[in-house]
Design a protein around this ligand. Structure first.
Ligand code: V07
Length: 263
């Protein structure tokens, strides 16, 4: 009887540090993607301006990056700004566009120390020069790092990404370099912004919304989806550990069947 309880919920009797070691032993997801939602709502609950929520959310990025790095995650992709976000009030957009610089000027030394490599995925057009310059410097300063790849989706939209890949393929077909009959999934995957990354194993969306919102539509085909009511600024180490434990539980059940399950 006690045995059964222990087998069912080993995490219930372990402390956070022990749960982290169990995750490491079992093998953490290689690629975690996160839709960091609920920053505005977090601020509203406290009668603060939305930008205060974005700023608090930035601190969560730091905490979660450090944990992902320690757990041995290979890639973490964070949805920081979508192509739709330009519709927000100009002052809010201006503030958001300052966050990459603020984040990097505060945390770049720590990222270097942690062997983290900074990457960006998204359209450069429309992004202010100061934002791009801060990111370019961080990419340069971390380009030889071999630990976690911290991939910021910034001015990113998945349908545009797919349209662009299709355009390249169509041009190559028109030029006679590619036979339409022979186009494969890899031809498309190789022309997406994620061509050098593994597909996400786990997608997390915070704040109770249960949608993909034009995020990595192609790449998420076989990804485990995990949703929480927790708002992004309240997301902490324990929440990430819970998400990964759930992922590992599902994987134990369906291990090896990815891409061949009976839908
Ligand atoms: C942003 C904080 C996190 C919650 C979501 C919205 C607000 C970190 C970055 C960032 C981006 C690129 C980079 C380094 C850091 C960021 C935006 C918004 C636009 F190279 N947080 N964060 N960028 N938020």
């Amino acid at each position: 009887m006690f045995n059964k309880i222990l087998r069912r919920a080993p995490e219930a009797v372990l402390g956070l540090e022990e749960r982290k070691s169990v995750i490491c032993k079992e093998g953490p997801p290689s690629h975690i993607a996160i839709i960091m939602d609920g920053n505005g709502r977090w601020a509203k609950k406290r009668s603060l301006p939305r930008i205060a929520g974005h700023h608090e959310g930035m601190k969560t990025v730091r905490k979660i990056t450090r944990l992902a790095s320690h757990l041995g995650v290979d890639v973490m992709t964070l949805y920081a700004f979508s192509t739709e976000n330009w519709k927000r009030p100009k002052l809010e957009v201006d503030f958001l566009m300052r966050l990459p610089e603020e984040f990097l000027s505060t945390f770049l030394p720590e990222l270097i120390e942690e062997n983290v490599r900074v990457e960006m995925m998204g359209y450069h057009e429309n992004l202010p020069q100061h934002t791009l310059e801060a990111i370019r410097k961080a990419k340069e300063a971390t380009k030889d790092n071999t630990g976690l790849i911290l991939n910021f989706a910034l001015n990113y939209g998945s349908r545009s990404e797919i349209v662009d890949a299709v355009k390249v393929i169509a041009e190559q077909a028109a030029a006679g370099q590619l036979n339409p009959e022979d186009i494969t999934e890899s031809d498309i995957a190789d022309r997406l912004l994620t061509s050098k990354l593994p597909e996400p194993d786990l997608l997390i969306r915070t704040s109770g919304e249960v949608r993909l919102s034009n995020f990595m539509l192609w790449q998420l085909a076989y990804t485990e989806l995990w949703f929480t009511e927790t708002l992004w600024p309240d997301f902490d180490e324990l929440t990430l550990v819970e998400a990964i434990e759930d992922y590992q539980k599902r994987n134990r059940r369906f291990g090896g069947l990815k891409g061949e399950e009976e839908v």
